[in-house]
Structures are given as structure tokens and as C-alpha cells.
Design a protein around this ligand. Sequence first.
Ligand SMILES: [Mg+2]
Length: 244
Amino acid sequence: METFVMPPQPHPYASPSPTGSKADSGSEAPPGLLLDLDGVLVDTRPVMKRAWHAVQEAHGLGVPFEAYQEHLGRPFGDIMGRLGLANAEEIHRTYTEASTAAAYLARAFDGITDVLLAVAAAGWSLGVVTSKPLLRATPLLAELGCPFATVRGPGEQGRGKPAPDPILLALIDLGTDPADATYVGDMAVDQEAARRAGVPYIHAGWGYGRPNGPSPVVAESPRELLHLLGVITPPAPFVEGGLL
Ligand SMILES: [Mg+2]
């Protein structure tokens, strides 16, 4: 019996992209949007600040939160090493306990959920690549209510950011080529991880850090991200007598 296989069709929203590469890749998979969590999807700075203060108190540390924040995006153990702190495991226990207790302080960034739902509706796969342990990341992501097809965190396979490993693993999960994906981050390590994974990068200007090196594409707001991805949203339906 003969079977008919539809030839691959270029996705209407797959182009234009920040690099213009998505349209020419020849991949049949839908484009993928991978995002960092802290400082991109959810404003967790108040949580991190509270947790770091708990660490300072419990372990008698003088290292200010600003020094910790500078290295955000890297796995916790890596940050401890960079701060010259030896008892990383004990500190991590304190930090985890305090940040779990303060999780209620986290807030999704304005507009991010609507933007992700629009991207998903346009046929993109969504994924998260974070250095936050999954135990703490997944409740925050669940609150967003977005259809994430993969969440990659530290301590699974491979190295943490800025190594490309978690981005590459997420691409394997999605079945998407690097050139058909975009990674959105807010720290220089995110930009480096994307570069090393061969994935186009967009810097979230509403996050905590500044990009490094060659100037990347910057989205100043979630709404601008939508435009940069080339996702076209249908106009709001006109409802007679309605306010929308
Ligand atoms: Mg971040």
C-alpha cells in the first residue's frame, strides 16, 4: 500500500528570525523557543535576596548579595567556588530551605505568559533551560501555565551553563536543530551557552544582567520578544458593544 507523506512546509512564523537562519535550515521540526527562568520568566530576585541573607546569617558570611548576584545563571556550586566559599553543600542546604520558604515572593514578569502562549499558538515548541534545581523551578513554571515541552536544569547530564550542554539536551528533547531554535537569557553566561550551542540568542532587557561581547539582539520587553521572533498575533476580535 502506498503512503503519502506531506512534503515539509516552511512554517509561516519561522521567519524572519534574528539571524534569518530558520527559514533555510531545511528542518521539518517546528522552531523551538528556549528560555532561562530567573530574570526572564519569573522575577525571583526578592526570593534569592532573602535566601542569601539566610546564608549570611547561618554561616557568618560577609559576602554581599550583589557579589552572589553577579554570577547568577551558573550552577550554585560553581558560584560558591567563584566566591571562594568552601562549604558549598552546607550553604546550598541553607539556601534551598530559605528560598523554598520565600518562594511566594516570586512574580512572573508582566506579559510573559501571554507572549509564550502566542508563541506556542504559532506552532513553536517551548522549553526552559535553567540553573535552578528542578525541585524549585517546576512549581514556578507550573504557575505560568505555559506548555513547556522540556525543562532542563543542573545536575542531570553534562555540564551547567555557560557550557552548551543543557541547551543541547533541550534541543534533543524538542527534536529541533540549533539553527531552528532561539535561546532567551538575561546574563552573559546565557549568551555564552547559546553561542557554544550554535543557537541564536536574544537578551532579555528586563532581566538582571547585561550582555557581554558581541552585541546581541536585545528585547526590552516580552512584547518586543514576540516581534523579534517574527510571531504574528491575530488582531483581537471585535466584539460589538464590548470593551476589547
Ligand atoms: Mg537568569
